[in-house]
Structure formats: structure tokens, C-alpha cells
Design a protein around this ligand. Structure first.
Ligand SMILES: Nc1ncnc2c1ncn2[C@@H]1O[C@H](COP(=O)(O)OP(=O)(O)OP(=O)(O)O)[C@@H](O)[C@H]1O
Ligand SMILES: [Mg+2]
Length: 333
């Protein structure tokens, strides 16, 4: 069967592009290295494999080509003054709660006594201004050249959203997006930051790869929900950072389970523990799980993230436990 699958895949993609073909019982996972996604071929290959007898589920995923490897040392890294450590909070897939996790993790790191900052690099949907209450506010500049970071209870912050009109996002592509991120990040007057969290754009495309090469990341945290489809993308995220030699700090499972506020019943809506199993399979650290809870959504959307708004809640404790693990891995605790 594996030979048969391989032969089919080879009709669509060159041998050098085929990174992995996995047959796990009734499901097939194919990983292809491409410089640009090729959705037509992806669909066609998926459909053809789907027709094989005994196969129930097929996933064809794209990853960046291997040549990205080893590029990092040759490219001059961006100079971010006033910041000791920089970590990425990333997800392969959009909408998994990356920004919510990034904000609460930053505030939980601050609760440990660290000087923290969060930079919103999500050009596709910057949401940190909403979550930290400065939506629609332009950044201030005292000298006309540099920006003062926004302040949220001591946590410094800046967002690419301050330069993007929310109603017309995604006008920037490639180099232009990266240039804007570099400028805003390097021209902000960060003050003695121990650790800066970067809310990355979702996905593993060119912009994300460039960012992870140009910024000297001390580590990456991958956020995923427990569904298979999100986990496949989480693996892509892990692989992208590994390719450019950024250490993986671990994986967080967000929207892990739901507890009914009325009766206390627990429901594993998206199938609990998938991220833990994926982390184990990859040999990476599982950092912890955050439940799906109305308080987490309402507080994030209202500009008062739960770690700030409800410091004694079990959810805040969960973020703090994750923050403690991250700080330890960074040598900050
Ligand atoms: N654990 C959670 N419990 C309840 N709601 C959550 C949780 N995590 C995130 N959310 C909500 O889910 C929505 C998406 O979350 P968020 O914006 O953080 O995702 P994202 O991965 O950053 O998305 P995008 O890819 O659009 O940037 C938000 O409304 C947020 O409040
Ligand atoms: Mg986001």
C-alpha cells in the first residue's frame, strides 16, 4: 500500500519535494515542500488518494522547502534594543486562540516578576490593540522618529494594527509586510524588557519564515486546538521553527475542554489531549492546556485579559503554570 501511495504522490510532486508520506492505519499524511502553496494539486492528490481502498482520511500538507535551513546565521538579524529575550507565539492554523494565549502568557510572565512586552506582528488580523484596550489609538512619538510603546499595567506593547486600517487588512505582502514589522519593532523605545512575546501571523508561509530568520528568537511556543486539522498545522509550525534553528519551548492546547458553568459537566468538544500526544510524538514539551471558557473570550474581547481581570481564577493559574515553564526554559526563573 505504501508503495502505491508513493507512486501516486510522485505523479503530482517531484521526489525532492516529498518530505514525508505517513500511513497511520486508515489515514494518510503527505508532507510536500513548496515555495508557494499549490491548492489545485493538493486537492487533486487528496481526491485520488481518498479513492484508495482502505483509506478513510487523507491530509496533504505543505511545508517550506529545506533550503530555508541554515540561512539564519548568514542573514543579519534585526536589532531590537531594550529587549533581552524574544519568543514567538505561533500557530499553523488561524483562529486557534493564538493572540488570546499570547496576551495572557505575557501577563502571566509579568506576574512572575519579569518585565514584559508583547508585539503584535499579525498583519492578517492584528488583535492585540483590542485585547489591551488601545484599538484606534495612534502610537505617540516624542522625537518624530521613534515610537513610545503602549503600556498595560507595566507590560509594554506595540501592534502592526496601529499602521493597518482594520477594514482593509492584508494589503501588504512579502517584503513590504516584513519591512513594516521590522521598522515598527526596531523603532519602538522598549524599556528594559526581560522577555518580549511576538504574536505571529498564523501559518507557515514566506512572511512567517522571514520573521523567524530575521528576528533572533530565543524560542517558540506553538498554540493548537485538539482537532487533527489544527494539529497537522501545529506540526508544520514546529517544523518551520526547527528549520531555522529556533528552539521549540513547547505546545499549548487551547480550547482543550469545556466545563458547563451551570452543572459542572465537562465536555471534550474538540477531543481533548491531541496536543499532548502530538508533543510527545515530536519529542517536544507539552506546556499545558487551557479550557474553552466564556470568561477567557469575554475578557480578551473587552480589553481586560483574564490573567489581569481574574487573577485568582483557575484559568489564570493555568496560564501562570505555563509561564513558569517558559521562563524556566528561557533561563529567566
Ligand atoms: N480558551 C478560550 N476560551 C474561550 N474563548 C477563547 C479561548 N481562546 C480564544 N478564544 C476566543 O476565540 C476567538 C479567537 O481567538 P484569538 O483571536 O486569540 O485566535 P487567533 O489564533 O489569534 O486568531 P487569528 O488567527 O485570527 O489571529 C476570540 O474571540 C477569543 O476570545
Ligand atoms: Mg490573532
Amino acid at each position: 500500500m505504501e508503495e502505491k501511495i508513493k507512486a501516486i504522490v510522485e505523479r503530482y510532486f517531484a521526489l525532492s519535494q516529498i518530505e514525508e508520506i505517513k500511513l497511520l492505519g486508515k489515514r494518510v499524511i503527505v508532507v510536500i515542500a513548496v515555495t508557494q502553496d499549490e491548492p489545485e494539486k493538493q486537492k487533486a492528490l487528496q481526491a485520488e488518494l481518498q479513492q484508495l481502498e482502505g483509506i478513510e482520511k487523507v491530509s496533504v500538507v505543505f511545508t517550506a522547502p529545506k533550503k530555508a535551513q541554515g540561512l539564519r546565521p548568514e542573514i543579519a538579524p534585526w536589532q531590537v534594543n531594550g529587549v533581552k529575550k524574544i519568543i514567538a507565539v505561533a500557530s499553523g492554523k488561524g483562529g486557534v486562540g493564538k493572540s488570546t494565549t499570547a496576551v495572557n502568557l505575557t501577563l502571566a510572565l509579568a506576574n512572575l516578576g519579569l518585565k514584559t512586552a508583547i508585539f503584535d506582528a499579525d498583519i492578517y488580523g492584528p488583535s492585540i490593540p483590542t485585547m489591551l484596550g488601545y484599538e484606534g489609538v495612534a502610537p505617540q512619538s516624542e522625537d518624530g522618529k521613534t515610537f513610545e510603546p503602549f503600556d498595560f499595567m507595566g507590560t509594554q506593547s506595540m501592534s502592526i494594527g496601529t499602521l493597518i486600517d482594520k477594514s482593509t487588512p492584508l494589503i501588504w505582502r512579502g517584503a513590504k509586510a516584513c519591512g513594516a514589522i521590522e521598522q515598527l519593532l526596531c523603532d519602538t523605545r522598549w524599556q528594559n524588557v526581560d522577555v518580549m512575546v511576538i504574536d505571529m501571523p498564523p501559518g507557515t508561509g514566506d512572511i512567517q519564515i522571514t520573521l523567524s530568520q530575521r528576528l533572533h528568537f530565543d524560542g517558540a511556543v506553538i498554540v493548537s486546538t485538539p482537532q487533527d486539522i489544527a494539529l497537522i498545522d501545529a506540526v508544520k509550525g514546529v517544523n518551520m521553527f526547527k528549520k531555522v534553528n529556533v528552539p521549540i519551548l513547547g505546545i499549548i492546547e487551547n480550547m482543550s475542554y469545556y466545563i458547563c458553568e451551570k452543572c459542572g459537566h465537562r465536555a471534550d468538544i474538540f477531543g481533548h489531549e491531541g496536543a499532548r500526544r502530538t508533543a510527545e510524538k515530536l519529542g517536544e514539551t507539552f506546556l499545558g492546556e487551557i479550557p474553552l471558557h466564556l470568561d477567557i473570550r469575554e475578557n480578551a474581547d473587552n480589553g481586560t485579559p483574564i490573567v489581569f481581570a481574574k487573577p485568582e481564577s483557575p484559568h489564570t493559574k493555568a496560564y501562570e503554570e505555563i509561564a513558569a515553564k517558559v521562563a524556566k526554559k528561557l533561563g529567566l526563573a
